[in-house]
Design a protein around this ligand. Structure first.
Ligand code: PBG
Length: 324
């Protein structure tokens, strides 16, 4: 005699759906996309198949198609020409910055589109670091005003959610203060609060050609071995004014997502980074894994761990699958 038979709650599709604990919908996804200056460009990222560097004219119809699939939030990253990069990332707030111009146009064309941006020096820096390099070191406090300027320029262009990904201490507070002083008190901040020095970012750095020219990012991004430290980072960002806290990467850090969800009462997000998606694309291309069920399971695991929203390169494919 067995009193408890868990299989009874799995016996048909209706019961399985009725007792399903975690829901994953297109509304939970944020789609990261790469922008490049020019016209008629749609160039695939070799290490991230199915993802492209778009010029504004090719991006517009693509965004329209994605909006029809129910994707409303986008994280946009600029691929900046090497000749425009300098020590202080001045192109990030230049008046003729193509990326800021593109954001203005997108917001005009698609008023219901929510745009998130990235705040860090790396795509604009001749050193390829997220902060200012002085004598071979990443200088925290001298980086802060640059990040504040970059954030303000993005808010002025119409960005809805500022995403500081640089991991400098104190940046969320200065950005919040700068935005408020300029009248952008409704511009949100999703802080890359717990961002690890991970080996999973390579395809992203290929897409933007933004890899560090020397050294690594270990003096500012977190050690993958650390979990309690995540609570300090999250606490600081919450009190400095972050609206949402992100854990990045996601897949190897589900325990950290869960930890933040249990300890903080603002939305927790997860960045399903380029290397995590690249692994799935590669295995699927080889016929070793089944693309759609694997990517759905991966995204579901992040939701189950506690992520309210997920940034993922799978967004369009997931939305297409759901529509079908
Ligand atoms: C920039 C930034 C990076 C990513 C997001 N913002 C790269 C890095 O920190 O080196 C990685 C995203 C991905 O791999 O998909 N600071």
């Amino acid at each position: 005699m067995m009193y408890t038979r868990p299989r009874r709650n799995r016996k048909n599709a209706a019961i399985r759906a009725m007792v399903e604990e975690t829901k994953l919908g297109v509304e939970n996804l944020i789609y990261p996309m790469f922008l490049v200056d020019g016209k008629g460009i749609k160039s695939e990222v070799t290490s991230l198949p199915n993802n492209f560097r778009w010029s504004l004219d090719t991006l517009l119809p693509e965004v329209e198609a994605c909006m029809k699939l129910g994707i409303y939030t986008y994280d946009l990253f600029p691929a900046v020409d090497e000749s425009l990069k300098d020590k202080i990332a001045s192109y990030s707030y230049a008046s003729d910055n193509f990326y800021l111009e593109a954001i203005r146009t997108l917001k005009q064309e698609f008023p219901e589109m929510t745009i998130m941006s990235d705040v860090a020096m790396d795509p604009y820096s001749s050193d390829g670091h997220d902060g200012l390099v002085i004598n071979g070191e990443i200088h925290n406090d001298q980086t802060l005003p640059i990040l504040a300027k970059m954030s303000l320029a993005q808010a002025q262009a119409g960005v809805d959610i500022i995403g500081p990904s640089d991991m400098m201490d104190g940046r969320v507070g200065l950005i919040r203060e700068t935005l408020d002083d300029a009248g952008y008190e409704n511009t949100s901040i999703m802080s890359y609060s717990v961002k690890y020095a991970s080996a999973f970012y390579n395809p992203f750095r290929d897409a933007l050609d933004s890899a560090p020219k020397g050294g690594d990012k270990k003096t500012y991004q977190m050690n993958p071995a650390n979990k309690r430290e995540a609570l300090i980072e999250a606490e600081l960002d919450l009190y400095e004014g972050a609206d949402m806290l992100m854990v990045k990467p996601a897949l190897c850090y589900l325990d950290v997502i869960h930890l933040l969800k249990e300890n903080f009462n603002i939305p927790i997000t997860a960045y399903n980074v380029s290397g995590e998606c690249a692994m799935v694309y590669a295995a699927a291309q080889k016929g070793w894994l089944n693309y759609e069920p694997v990517m759905s399971e991966m995204l579901l695991s992040m939701r189950r761990a506690g992520a309210d929203a997920i940034l993922t390169y799978f967004a369009k494919d997931f939305a297409t699958m759901v529509k079908r």
